[in-house]
Write a protein that binds this ligand. Sequence first.
Ligand code: PBG
Length: 323
Amino acid sequence: MLRRPRRNRQSENIRRLTQETTISNDDLIFPMFLTEGNNKAIEIASMPGIYRFSSDLLLKEIEDCSKKGINTFCLFPQIEESLKDKHASESHREGNIYLSTIKKIKKEFPHITIMTDLAMDPYSSDGHDGFVENGNILNDETLIILGKMALAQARAGADIIGPSDMMDGRVGYVRELLDNEGFINVSIMSYTAKYASAFYGPFRDALESAPKSGDKKTYQMNPANSREALIEAELDYMEGADFLMVKPALSYLDIIKLLHDNYDLPIAAYNVSGEYAMIKAAAQNGWLDGEKTMIEILLSMKRAGAKVILTYFAKEFAELKGY
Ligand code: PBG
């Protein structure tokens, strides 16, 4: 036999020499949940090891993660029911818990990069990402609210705006508003191909943000479609997005690859709450090795073409002593 592929697998050193993909802390964004109050760290039942933090403890957690090598965070707020309304007006009220926490983080830790979530659902009494009228999600009316929210986030010091709402035209709309206010260096990481997925369940528990009626299928994509992702990617590219994101990640590795092969922008993958919960649940039952599974799925996202991974495993990965 002239060709013996096993020769390249024969020792740890040779396997490392021939390893095509690696994961680094630099690739990871840690999504975090913020709640009101002081000294609060409430573990999310369906996401073991992940907490809703009050802003004081969130700052401590960020400091701890940063010492371990994680320096980029994406924040999601849990908003009291009494502050929610149809227009998500709390989302751009100056001094709200989200904006004031971003300000504090940027002041105390200027080297930390903060990505925001741009969508109405945490603040909406309808629990939808867009403005609801007679059961319909109105696209262009939503853009106006998203625009106000994006500007408020940029003024608070956000580095990357993350539109997760899937309204048409929002990247271009927000880009223009940001530029007009001088925020030319605030990036946009567009949730380009965000699918209507059951894997978001634990996240909606964490924020109590599930839709009060209906589902998100008129704006999030049909899991059966891949070519449609190219339409979304083309629009986001033309509208000025800096990163293209695919979400969820694991069941959509083909979409990550598709966007990677067709666009030269950095591709991000969102390893979502349900993907985290599945592994944690199985590991807690002793049904699989949680650490090895974590590494394998993160590698699969990198191999498919993601440069950036948003993952609830970020801190755990950073705590590994090699892999
Ligand atoms: C909503 C939003 C969702 C997630 C991030 N932003 C859920 C949804 O669309 O209902 C999900 C993240 C996760 O599951 O980890 N704007």
